[in-house]
Design a protein around this ligand. Structure first.
Ligand code: GRF
Length: 239
């Protein structure tokens, strides 16, 4: 694993500039946009970028009056050329952070290095368990009793960067991959919004040992307090 440089982020002037990358429905992006508004976070989504021109998330963003941009991989000779164009597009918005929110492409090392320490992803499992696809199905097959999601800095190794926060839900005996995914999605929305708040406040730092610290936060663990998939039931554990 390539380690990220040790950094402390300070958002000195103005709102923290976020570029969000989506490939599909964009519910995490929506949760972030709504949290910025409802909680008055010091953050601003300066663009939503997609590899799929027809992505529902892109449509939603457009309707909110957000700047959007679609870059189709088919228009480029190879992955490197695509990622180079993507990097140029993203960089043009001068982001403080680039948030992957259901962006379903593996990014090249060059892209990851360019945005090192500023590139954040949400993955629907409690990493390092279940990297890659079909996480809910694999969790059920394995018989784990807790499942969840992880927000982490991105490194070239897939789903393996320093963990910023995690949120867990109990696995129910009656769960299907679909029902488990729905329950995890509730905490994804809550966790990603919380992480954006910490990033915007300049409280997230990457330590020399490669781990993340968040100022004034004894834990970055969330649990779903009941089986009712109601966002109001998502509580942050206080250590
Ligand atoms: C989420 O489960 C996210 O963790 C995963 O892909 C899904 C995207 O959902 N990477 P959405 O587009 O945010 O609704």
């Amino acid at each position: 694993m390539t380690s990220l440089a040790s950094t402390t982020t300070t958002v000195s002037s103005g709102a923290c500039r976020l570029v969000i990358l989506v490939s599909g429905r964009g519910s995490n992006m929506q949760a972030i946009v709504r949290a910025i508004e409802s909680r008055g976070l010091a953050a601003q989504v300066v663009a939503v970028v997609s590899d799929k021109p027809a992505a529902a998330g892109l449509d939603w963003a457009r309707q909110q009056g957000l700047e959007t941009c679609a870059l189709e991989p088919g228009a480029y000779v190879n992955r490197e050329a695509y990622d180079q164009a993507l990097a140029q597009t993203v960089q043009a918005y001068s982001p403080d952070y680039v948030l992957l929110a259901g962006f379903m492409r593996i990014l090249s090392d060059a892209f990851v290095h360019q945005f090192s320490g500023r590139l954040v992803n949400i993955h629907p499992s409690l990493l390092p368990s279940f990297p890659g696809l079909k996480t809910h199905e694999n969790a059920l097959k394995t018989g784990v009793q807790w499942h969840g999601c992880t927000v982490h800095f991105v490194t070239p190794e897939l789903d393996n960067g320093p963990i910023i926060g995690q949120a867990a839900v109990p696995v129910l005996a009656t769960d299907t991959p679909q029902s488990l995914a729905e329950r995890v999605l509730v905490v994804e929305h809550r966790l990603y919004a919380d992480v954006v708040e910490w990033l915007a406040d300049g409280r997230v730092s990457l330590q020399d040992d490669g781990r993340v610290a968040v100022t004034d936060l004894p834990t970055r663990a969330c649990v779903l307090a009941s089986n009712d998939a109601d966002a109001a039931d998502v509580t942050l554990i206080k250590a």
